[in-house]
Design a protein around this ligand. Sequence first.
Ligand SMILES: [Fe+2]
Length: 115
Amino acid sequence: VNLLRVRKAGILSRHRHPAPVHGFVIRGRWHYLEHDWTAETGSYVFEPPGETHTLTVPEDVPEMITLFHITGAMIYVDADGKVTGFEDVFTKIDMCRRHYAACGLGEEYVEQFIR
Ligand SMILES: [Fe+2]
C-alpha cells in the first residue's frame, strides 16, 4: 500500500501489473492516456492485471494524492509493449536504503520496517 503524491503535472511511465491494483483518490484529479475516464477526489480505481496504462496528472492540478494497493510489481513497457524495467518490494527497499544513506540516517534505517 502506498500514497502516490504528485505536486506538478506529469506522467507516470507506461506500465502494467501482474495482479489487480486498487486505488482511492484522496486529492486532485488524473487520468489514463489509454482511457477517457477521469479519476477525481473520492474515486475508486481498479487496474486489472495485464492492462497497460499511463497515469497522467493535468497541468491545472496543483497536487494529486492517491492511495494505491499494489500486489506484486510495476512492469514498465515501451510503446510496443516491450519490458523496459520493473519495480517490486525489493527494488523499493533498495531505493529506501539509498535514500536513508543519502539523508544521513544510514541505509540500515529501513530494517525497522521489514519483518
Ligand atoms: Fe498501474
